[in-house]
Design a protein around this ligand. Structure first.
Ligand SMILES: [Zn+2]
Length: 247
């Protein structure tokens, strides 16, 4: 089972991008690709949330047996943010995605967290740790750790191992409910093995960040790593299947 837990859709009125993405993913042997919004730094915009989700679900509807949609929201929109999340579940969402509209520790995120818990679905939070300083509302690994401690029943996925592997792994190491994905362009020497050594093989999910990064080399980071086969299978798909309730 091969599941890309972290990919993005793009403007695609004629479906050519989706067709290309699916063709390439199938060539490589990927069973499912989890899709969310084209990356945006906007916040506080219902129009953006709606248009991004519309694109996600239109893409999903082209290949409903292959794409797994995550619904996107700006929690600082209050009730409207929650309404959009609920509409997303009506259209087939299997998780929630947040980017840089709020810090995950902001008070306004609490209803979204509670919704994820009530539905028993993963909440994926874009997470980064920059030595030059994050964007004003860009969640850091320490924020994910704080939320994981506060809501141990939440299936929180800290995206990208926070972009700084050692920092991110250290932040969530002692918070067993927090997962992470190794999507993106970073490929530090030995970081996949280090992540599994520190967190265990059950908490790491393979993802690509397509099309910010390529399927092939993000796959090789895990498939050709020094992990034992049983752990590779978990990271490459079994963990995601369990989180998403996929067969
Ligand atoms: Zn991403």
């Amino acid at each position: 089972m091969l599941i890309d837990f972290h990919a993005h859709v793009h403007d695609d009125d004629d479906g050519r991008y989706s067709d290309m993405l699916v063709k390439e993913a199938r060539r490589i042997g990927i069973d499912y690709v989890c899709i969310s919004e084209p990356v945006t730094h906007s916040r506080d915009s219902l129009a953006v949330v709606r248009s991004q989700n519309d694109l996600v679900f239109r893409t999903y509807e082209r290949y409903p047996d292959f794409f797994v949609p995550l619904v996107y929201t700006h929690a600082n929109l209050g009730q409207a943010a929650l309404d959009e999340v609920q509409k997303g579940f009506d259209r087939g969402a299997r998780g929630i995605k947040m980017e840089v509209a709020t810090l995950i520790t902001d008070k306004c995120v609490e209803p979204i967290i509670e919704e994820a818990i009530a539905r028993d679905v993963p909440l994926m939070q874009h997470t980064w740790h920059k030595i030059t300083g994050n964007y004003p509302f860009e969640t850091d690994a320490v924020h994910c750790a704080e939320i994981g401690r506060r809501y141990p029943e939440l299936k929180l996925v800290m995206a990208h191992i926070s972009g700084d592997n050692r920092w991110g792994i250290r932040a969530i190491r002692d918070v067993p409910s927090v997962y992470t994905d190794c999507s993106g362009s970073i490929a530090d020497y030995g970081h996949i093995e280090y992540c599994v050594e520190q967190l265990g093989a059950d908490r790491l999910l393979w993802g690509t960040d397509v099309r910010g990064a390529d399927y092939l080399y993000t796959l090789a980071k895990v498939r050709d790593s020094h992990l034992i086969d049983e752990d590779k299978a978990k990271v490459l798909g079994l963990n995601a299947a369990k989180l998403l309730h996929l067969e």
